[in-house]
Design a protein around this ligand. Structure first.
Ligand code: NAD
Length: 345
């Protein structure tokens, strides 16, 4: 329902979990908004704060459901924390005239670097080396292990967007790798611009690579796309890295492939669910290196993501069109639901 147009509203923005760069909290206040931070997964606590709020910023993996939106009748915009929007019920937001904004392309540098780090770490058994050097156990066993080089290897990319293209560039320029991508939404010209070979079929790419790096978005096509068939199509002893979205890999299939030696090692920044239950077999697997979904939140990128969230949310609250509207079809309804806003703090 539209709020009283005559009496300007002081905007309230709810942050579900603190922002990556907490300077952002002050920046929102300096831009003229009141903020409330909900630092719990409890949806009821969130709903209580959302009454009277015009904007919500949400950090993955908290999920914004239709039920939550129904508890927030004044809400006109939701900002993600990064690129992914899979934690927001987009059709429900559109139906309610709530404009969702995300932050496109910010993962390019940090996630490409992180993927490279995970790939090198699994090929060179970094965690084993660190632990063994500290407790002394590595000195007697280090000759029995295989430490591999990345130079000149063939690397497969699932997804050739911002992150995939940047990872390809780093692999080619830094390590002389041959890079093959599978991305059915990319054409030959785009692949040529990224200087990457494009495979027409996923299996065609998988059969040729020493390592597979997941750089695709999560959608109905990519959910569990890397399962038993894909692991069996990879050459025995190859590596897998995922810094995109956890649900792209079937983790039970990955466990089987690691146990059988089909896959030599995996570097995982993302899993599903996050966090994994403590009794999940992968958590004790020596061939896996984990990071806790931190690939995209370097100091540099956190500052950029924070600025982007503030700019876009304040733009929507001010009646303008934001840079990255995910459900642009909701913009008009969202704008028509916007109350007169008082931006002085
Ligand atoms: N780990 C992190 O902290 C972190 C940070 C930022 C982004 N990400 C994730 O990284 C992924 C890629 O981000 P980006 O900025 O490169 O996005 P992008 O939109 O530029 O690229 C995604 C690519 O996935 C491709 N794709 C879609 N369906 C596919 C399919 N069936 N098979 C293969 N490819 C397919 C798209 O065509 C696109 O090229 C996203 O899932 C994003 O959520 C993770």
């Amino acid at each position: 329902m539209k709020e009283n147009m005559d009496k300007p509203v002081h905007p309230k923005i709810v942050l579900w979990r603190p922002m990556y760069d907490q300077l952002g909290h002050r920046m929102f206040e300096q831009a003229g908004a009141t903020i409330a931070v909900v630092d719990t997964s409890d949806a009821e606590a969130l709903k209580a704060e959302l009454a009277g709020a015009q904007a919500l910023w949400v950090r993955t993996p908290e999920r914004v459901t239709a039920e939550i939106m129904d508890a927030a009748p004044s809400l006109i915009t939701i900002s993600t924390s990064g690129f992914g929007t899979d934690n927001i019920d987009l059709p429900a937001a559109t139906e309610r005239g709530i404009l969702v904004v995300n932050h496109l392309g910010f993962g390019r540098t940090p996630v490409a670097e992180h993927s490279l780090m995970l790939l090198l770490a699994v090929m060179k058994q970094l965690i084993w080396g660190d632990r063994g050097a500290r407790d002394g156990s590595a000195w007697s066993t280090r000759s029995n292990l295989n430490f591999l080089e990345l130079e000149g290897r063939t690397i497969g990319l699932l997804g050739l967007g911002y992150i995939g293209s940047e990872l390809a560039r780093k692999l080619k320029l830094g390590f002389g790798c041959r890079v093959i991508a599978y991305d059915p939404h990319v054409n030959a010209r785009m692949a040529a611009a990224a200087d990457v070979e494009l495979a027409e079929e996923l299996e065609e790419m998988l059969g040729q690579v020493d390592a597979l790096c997941i750089c695709a978005e999560l959608n109905d096509e990519t959910r569990n796309i890397i399962s038993d068939n894909a692991f069996n199509a990879l050459p025995k002893g190859s590596f897998v890295v995922n810094a995109a979205r956890g649900q792209i890999i079937d983790l039970d299939a990955l466990t089987r492939a690691l146990d059988s030696g089909q896959i030599a090692g995996a570097g995982l920044d993302v899993v599903y669910p996050e966090p994994l239950p403590q009794d999940h077999p992968l958590l004790r697997h020596q061939k896996v290196i984990f990071t806790p979904h931190t690939a995209g939140i370097t100091v540099e990128t956190s500052a950029k993501l924070t600025q982007s969230a503030i700019d876009q949310v304040m733009t929507v609250l001010g009646g303008g069109e934001p840079r990255f509207a995910v459900n642009a079809q909701a913009w008009e309804v969202s704008a028509s639901r916007r109350p007169a806003i008082e931006l002085s703090s």
